[in-house]
Design a binder for this molecule. Structure first.
Ligand code: NAD
Ligand code: FE2
Length: 384
């Protein structure tokens, strides 16, 4: 058995850490940046906090801001054209998972043009060359796309969220600056934070988990339980923002290398068919799938409960497992995550199609309990 660990070349953490871009760009000899972001981040002045660093250091750049949440093949193709037109030699991704994932796809295709149709990148693509260098600055505390070897692009034509797994895509530099997260509204803080919790829990119980990944995921769960309510309830609490920023990165360090499970498998079709934000989909499904996986991952559920602050010393294994599910449910309610699919515009008639797509998703085989389409449909129905 060989356990693989792929991480960024360099990463920086802490309030104001975005300022290191100036010296890193000079040291690496990069010439011109394409900034990959979205229109809201321009509008809310989040991208400007990074652009100010480039201006101060006289680093040339152009902006591509056409990324949409749940980014599409069309977004990627437009980004490739923008990179080429700009004459850029590196990218700065500013945003949530959507902007960072789009930059990864652009960077891979620029250096591996045989994949320029984008859709052939789905799954584990056999690219030969590393991506164009990407400096990734997350503005949400959730996806950890700045440290993962995955990116998720929606194939509009086939109504599918394609999960692409490729070590060549990992951003060279990750800068986790919680000041970029202060402007997140409560709902976004909550849903992206619950995405991070889902990564930590699925990464802990996934079939590929081992001692080192368990160490990261357990710590991430502990930090998210501590900091997420504070970040949601007091959005300007920089200590809470910093705690969440670091926690979601730690979760990513592990899940990127060991895989996820059925929550993500079931969340992806909700994004593809109904454009449900990724964090909301995961947060809503997490307690239902935890209930389903309970027997298959019982010992780890005690770890989850303990990391979430429950004293399980006098509990049986069953009681501790129930306590883990309850702690997750309570946290979701506290940060006001919707509780049912019917509340977020998913029609009951769509559930069978979702169940088939979830069964085929790249994340599903990592689930600790072997599953099938009928059982997935039953979980969607419970969540409905
Ligand atoms: N690469 C991976 O490993 C990985 C892991 C999990 C999810 N994903 C993917 O990431 C995407 C979701 O990313 P996300 O949840 O980070 O959200 P997102 O990037 O889709 O952004 C959602 C919205 O939040 C806004 N926003 C972001 N930061 C903000 C801030 N600081 N202040 C105000 N508004 C802000 C954006 O402008 C956008 O409108 C999905 O496509 C999902 O499938 C990727
Ligand atoms: Fe996720």
């Amino acid at each position: 058995m060989a356990y693989r660990m792929i991480l960024n070349e360099t990463s920086y953490f802490g309030a104001g850490s975005r300022k290191v871009i100036a010296e890193e760009v000079a040291k690496r000899g990069y010439k011109k940046a394409l900034i990959v972001t979205d229109k809201d981040l321009i509008k809310f002045g989040v991208a400007d906090q990074v652009i100010a660093v480039l201006k101060d250091a006289n680093i040339p750049y152009e902006i591509f801001d056409e990324v949409k949440p749940n980014p599409t093949v069309k977004n990627v193709k437009a980004g490739i054209a923008a990179f080429q037109a700009a004459g850029a030699d590196f990218m700065i991704a500013i945003g949530g998972g959507s902007s960072m994932d789009t930059s990864k796809a652009i960077g891979i295709i620029i250096n591996n043009p045989e994949f320029s149709d984008v859709v052939s990148l789905e799954g584990v693509a056999n690219t030969k060359k590393k991506s164009v260098p990407v400096i990734a600055l997350p503005t949400t505390a959730g996806t950890a796309a700045e440290v993962t070897i995955n990116y998720v692009i929606t194939d509009e034509e086939n109504v599918k969220k394609m999960v692409c797994v490729d070590p060549n895509d990992i951003p060279t530099l990750a800068i986790i600056d919680p000041e970029l997260m202060l402007s997140m509204p409560r709902g976004l803080t909550a849903s992206t934070g619950m995405d991070a919790l889902t990564h930590a829990i699925e990464g802990l119980i996934t079939l590929g988990a081992w001692e080192m990944s368990d160490m990261f995921e357990t710590k991430a769960i502990e930090m998210i339980a501590k900091w997420l309510p504070k970040a949601v309830e007091n959005p300007s609490d920089i200590e809470a923002r910093d705690g969440m920023a670091t926690a979601q990165y730690i979760a990513g360090m592990a899940f990127s290398n060991v895989g996820l499970g059925l929550v993500h498998g079931m969340a992806h079709p909700l994004g593809a068919y109904y454009d449900i934000p990724h964090g909301v989909a995961n947060a809503l499904l997490l307690p239902f799938v935890m209930e389903y996986n309970k027997e298959a991952a019982k010992a780890k559920y005690r770890t989850i409960a303990e990391a979430m602050g429950v004293d399980t010393s006098s509990m049986s294994d069953d009681e501790a497992a129930d306590a883990a599910v309850k702690a997750v449910k309570d946290l979701a309610i506290r940060v006001r995550i919707p509780q049912h699919l019917s509340e977020i515009g998913v029609p009951e008639s769509g559930l069978p199609t979702l169940a088939q797509a979830a069964f085929n998703d790249v994340c599903t085989p990592g689930n600790p309990r072997q599953t099938n389409v009928e059982e997935i449909l039953a979980i969607y129905k419970k969540a409905f």
